[in-house]
Design a protein around this ligand. Structure first.
Ligand code: ADP
Length: 449
């Protein structure tokens, strides 16, 4: 058209296209004279270049008008209603074809995007897997496949047995769980995230080889340092005792006080070093239990008599409900003494003077495999946010009582390790201000009574 180039934007008001879009129906217009086009001034430029007849139909697809199909002629009387209908039908076909082409492009773009996104997990440097409820590995990214191969498995097969346990567990509970697995010379931590509705589990791994190596180095370091510290501490303690046992006549009041402070602090240092050594041996798997069967009640009696000065010092009442005291447990006696002593000394430390501490065991039957022991105090209690951290090394709750008592924050983690080494479990229930109950289980001997 004269004066128009592709890409121009032309106002459609007053044009045939504009009118067809407005009424949303095909139209046929004929002009003998320019005056015939008064109602559509937009057609005048066409008229002036000799056009006399016009037909147009909207390009409709569903509810959308995507354009207008328009034809024109230099002659009048050339288009009939039949032609208009034909144009409408052609417009309908064209609209469909355009829409299909657009849909196709969109679909192709979407597919490309999906393909691109799908590469995301496979490009993940960490293993990602999906395991069905029957244990079959449904998907593994590149790193996941590599992990499986090292274990002698591949996608489509049933996952290794130790994984199946985790899959069953998390699908049963509906909660994620984490576990560590070794593969060749590498160690991985895997989060098992259950998708219960779909009956599969997404497994996300990360390589923790470096962290493990660092942990091991740290543990070795602690073991060596604490071992090396023991000898000088023993020597300092020995000489301090010699001085204090010797002639204190030549010492003045202040000097005696200083020596006493030195002795108390070397005692604390010794406790800390022994706890550290004990923990690093336990964590390094170097503690071997010497198991025998003995009445559990004997242990409590022994611990209570050893702790008598502390208990009486705070005027505490310790009640030992020893009904089942005769139950014989299977364990390493000195280690069981250590477990009970740790929990009781905490109860004593974190209880107010003159309160009551109770120790009891749950009733047992012929079929019982474990004895459950409870140490209950009516002390400070433990805030919810601290409960899970209690069994971490060096964790001490920050309050005035802990600040005024001595402790290493290693007692509970050592106790937990000892209980678990015996095949038992330990946990705590507590209410702040009311008190705490520390419970643990120990295997019952073959001749229970
Ligand atoms: P320690 O007693 O040497 O600090 P533990 O590992 O035995 O170390 O205990 C860690 C922390 O747990 C304690 O510092 C204390 O804050 C808290 N705790 C332990 N037992 C009790 C208890 N019976 N009541 C209240 N708080 C306790």
């Amino acid at each position: 058209m004269p004066g128009r180039t592709p890409g121009d934007v032309n106002p459609i008001a007053g044009t045939l296209a504009g009118e067809v879009i407005r009424v949303n129906a095909p139209m046929l217009v004929e002009a003998e004279t320019a005056a015939d086009l008064d109602f559509l001034p937009g057609l005048l430029p066409n008229y002036h270049v000799g056009m006399r007849s016009f037909m147009a139909a909207p390009l409709n697809y569903h509810d959308t008008t995507m354009g207008v199909l328009q034809v024109r002629s230099r002659h009048t009387g050339i288009y009939s209603q039949e032609h208009l209908k034909l144009l409408e039908r052609v417009a309908y076909q064209i609209a469909g074809a355009i829409a299909n082409a657009e849909l196709y492009t969109q679909q192709r773009e979407a597919q490309e995007e999906i393909r691109d996104l799908a590469k995301f997990p496979s490009e993940n440097p960490n293993p990602v897997l999906r395991i069905a409820s029957d244990g079959k590995v449904m998907y593994a990214n590149t790193e996941g496949e590599r992990f499986l191969h090292r274990q002698g498995f591949s996608v489509g097969e049933v996952a290794p047995a130790n994984w199946l346990r985790m899959v069953e567990e998390v699908l049963g509970s509906g909660l994620s769980a984490e576990d560590e697995f070794e593969s060749g010379d590498r160690a991985f931590a895997f989060v098992f995230a259950p998708i219960v509705d779909a009956a599969y589990v997404n497994v996300y791994g990360r390589d923790i080889t470096e962290r493990k190596a660092m942990d091991r180095m740290k543990d070795e370091f602690v073991a060596i340092v604490s071992h090396e510290l023991r000898t000088p501490i023993t020597s300092i303690k020995g000489f301090l005792e010699l001085i204090m046992e010797g002639s204190t006549d030549s010492l003045n009041e202040d000097q005696i006080q200083f020596l006493d402070a030195m002795r108390r602090n070397t005692d604390r240092l010794e406790v800390l070093i022994n706890d550290l050594l004990d923990l690093s041996r336990l964590e390094g798997g170097m503690v071997i239990l010497e198991r025998s069967e003995f009445p559990f009640g004997d242990v409590v009696t022994q611990v209570l008599s050893e702790m008598k000065p502390d208990i009486e010092g705070k005027e505490l009442k310790v009640v030992w409900h020893g009904d089942s005291a005769l139950v014989r447990v299977l364990g390493d006696r000195p280690r069981v003494v250590q477990i009970v002593a740790n929990l009781l000394s905490n109860a004593v430390k974190y209880s107010p003077a003159m309160s009551v501490i109770e120790v009891d065991v749950d009733p047992v039957t012929e079929a019982s495999e474990y004895l459950k022991v409870n140490v209950r105090d009516h002390g400070l209690g433990i805030p919810d946010e601290d409960i899970n951290k209690l069994f971490h090394r060096f964790y001490r709750i920050d309050n005035s009582t802990t600040r005024s008592t001595t402790g290493t924050g290693l007692g509970l983690i050592i106790t937990k390790a000892l209980v678990e080494l015996h095949g038992g479990e330990i946990w705590v229930e507590s209410e702040t201000g009311k008190g705490s109950v520390f419970s643990f289980t120990l295997p019952i001997g073959s001749a229970p009574v």
